[in-house]
Design a protein around this ligand. Structure first.
Ligand code: FEO
Length: 404
């Protein structure tokens, strides 16, 4: 049975929620599910924007059939070829053989690689600024390369001022019966998941996001329709402001993210003592055990906070596994401009501090503050002064940043 949501007088959401997926893209846990959005406009011609993941294909086919109400599908617009949206393109093309597929040249190449069915004779290739009319609606196409794949494009409806924004402005989290962001308290209920989605999926490509945001700044936008999560029709400015921060790697808050990797608890103990000392100095602290919390959550908060403290034991003459993974993720996601302090541990040859410093130095604008603390097996009584000095250095830097 169909389950659709009305967005405007002639546009329906025909996507679906998925709450059974454990890990999105095989790596990002989605405890609150995820939505795959597709939009259908019934104009003089009918036009469908994107398809959905295979997991919810049957719900989607029911929804499209209901939305068309016996009409044929005239156009399918493809914004992005990643299979969470593109997996059912071939099925839709076969179900609606009269539909013209609107896409760009890069999408054309990917279509041929993903699907055995030859769709080349049904393509209408568009480029930046091209237009398409379905009757009352006039659309134009905005290329958004590397947000976050090279073929990505957005569509702008000049008639109803709708931006079909592809993955941009999406979030993890199922819609749960709602469709508009103003039907929930998005900035409290969903912002953390939206940040985790942005930073982990798109975070590497801040410059490309900034570029497309500049293009969109000249448009009057009454609705933003992303491929995941809610449609925006009011209050979009606060969320847009977050995108401007995230894509420029600007911290949202002056505060410290402490992430530690501890085998028997001694590195954790040093991290806990530092956290207490920072708290005593009025510094906001967020802490994670890298062996417990998946790195997508820690990466997300590394984008949020201005300062990072990384504490890790030495392991196999390297950095402990889960911290090495976290730093690899931070580097992969191109985090920039963070202040970093380090704590290392090693019972006979501590090297994790030096190695972490080397890995983090790859990040543009990283500034190391305070003297790194070396723990030899367990923190010695005389080392509390070292943690006091580190806490003083971090607190002073945060105070200076807050005043700046
Ligand atoms: Fe939601 Fe890049 O796919």
């Amino acid at each position: 049975m169909h389950c659709t949501k009305r967005i405007t007088a002639d546009m329906l959401w025909v996507g679906a929620d998925d709450r059974r997926l454990a890990v999105f893209e095989g790596v990002y846990g989605v405890p609150d599910g995820v939505s795959y959005n597709s939009y259908l406009i019934n104009d003089e011609k009918t036009i469908l924007f994107d398809t959905v993941d295979k997991a919810v294909a049957h719900n989607f086919f029911d929804n499209v059939a209901y939305g068309l109400n016996g009409r044929k599908l005239d156009y399918l617009v493809i914004s992005h070829m990643e299979p969470d949206h593109a997996a059912t393109i071939e099925d839709i093309a076969l179900r609606y053989p009269e539909a013209t597929i609107v896409c760009n040249a890069k999408i054309k190449t990917m279509l041929a690689r993903f699907f055995p069915t030859d769709l080349s004779g049904r393509l209408h290739i568009v480029k930046e600024g091209d237009t398409l009319s379905t009757g009352r609606h006039n659309f134009t196409f905005v290329m958004a390369p590397m947000v976050h794949w090279p073929e990505v494009m957005m569509t702008y409806d000049l008639t109803d001022k709708i931006l079909f924004s592809a993955d941009a402005f999406g979030s993890f989290g199922a819609l749960n019966g709602r469709i508009f962001a103003d039907e929930c308290d998005f900035m409290h209920e969903y912002l953390d998941e939206a940040r985790r989605y942005y930073t982990n999926i798109v975070g590497k490509y801040g410059a490309q996001v900034q570029s497309v945001l500049k293009k969109a700044a000249g448009l009057q936008i009454d609705y933003v329709c992303p491929l995941h999560s809610f449609v925006w029709r009011k209050g979009f400015g606060d969320f847009l402001a977050k995108y401007l921060q995230w894509s420029s790697y600007t911290p949202e808050e002056n505060g410290v993210l402490i992430a530690y990797a501890s085998v028997y608890g001694h590195t954790e103990n040093a991290a806990n003592i530092l956290a207490a000392k920072l708290s005593d100095r009025g510094v906001k602290v967020r802490m994670y055990d890298t062996s417990v919390t998946p790195s997508s959550y820690i990466v997300s908060d590394a984008f949020k906070y201005s300062h990072l403290v990384l504490a890790a034991t030495t392991y196999n003459a390297g950095v402990f596994i889960t911290m090495e993974q976290l730093i690899h993720d931070l580097v992969s996601h191109n985090l920039q401009g963070r202040k970093v302090a380090l704590i290392e541990n090693g019972s006979w040859a501590p090297v994790s501090g030096k190695l972490m410093r080397g890995m983090l130095s790859e990040l543009k604008g990283t500034e190391f503050i305070g003297d790194a603390v070396t723990v030899n097996s367990a923190l010695a009584e005389g080392q509390l002064a070292e943690l006091d000095a580190l806490a003083d250095a971090i607190a002073a830097d945060i105070t200076a940043s807050t005043r700046a």
